[in-house]
Design a protein around this ligand. Sequence first.
Ligand SMILES: N[C@@H](CCC(=O)N[C@@H](CS)C(=O)NCC(=O)O)C(=O)O
Length: 225
Amino acid sequence: MPIYRLHHFPESGNSYKLALMLRLCGQEFEAVWTDFAAGVTRTPEWRAAVNEMGEIPVLEEDGQRLTQTAPILLRLADRFGLYGPQTEEERFEILRWLFWDNHKLTGCMAPWRYLRAFVDAPDPGDLRYLRRRLDDALAVLEARVAASAFLAGPRATVADISACGYLVHAPEEHGFDFARSHPATAAWLDRIRALPGWRAPYDLLPGPRMALRDPARLAAPPQEP
Ligand SMILES: N[C@@H](CCC(=O)N[C@@H](CS)C(=O)NCC(=O)O)C(=O)O
């Protein structure tokens, strides 16, 4: 059995993608908390020692440091024979949604949620820009999972594990009540939550948490700015 160490911080949906996949594959991992809020990943020392790209998560597999969740998810799927492609067509479809998620869905939801929930005075222009793009990405997702049980077809794959990474958090963080605004997405998230072994993000990612900012603002419907 490989030995895994996951460099993470609890709020990181990208870290959750890997933690969830390891969990669904029945793999234990040592969680290595990283002080992201203090800027550790921006230091030259951390980049030289852990990840030249300056990003969390980093997964160590038997001492080898791996980065970028999409290829790591595919590698784990291959290693454990779970949630990966079974045909060439399926492989293409999974890759298509993984790239889309990294670029459009996670690419907008991660900074949106971070600025909205964990930063004291985010720039309203930044929020406006991200929200517009996020709404578009969520509409694409909604249409897809209304027509298909999972992103790449009738069974769950790493594309779903990737795309759910920033959507399963509480509404206080991302600001959406999906059951009301995106019902097919809510039903798809429930199908993911029903996978054997599923756990919520903060159950898998231990360590000191960032404070949620300005609860009054966060309680308001997500129409800002
Ligand atoms: N495409 C990367 C994204 C990783 C990523 O953006 N991680 C965030 C934390 S969850 C980060 O380290 N951001 C630092 C930055 O953008 O400067 C992946 O899938 O691993």
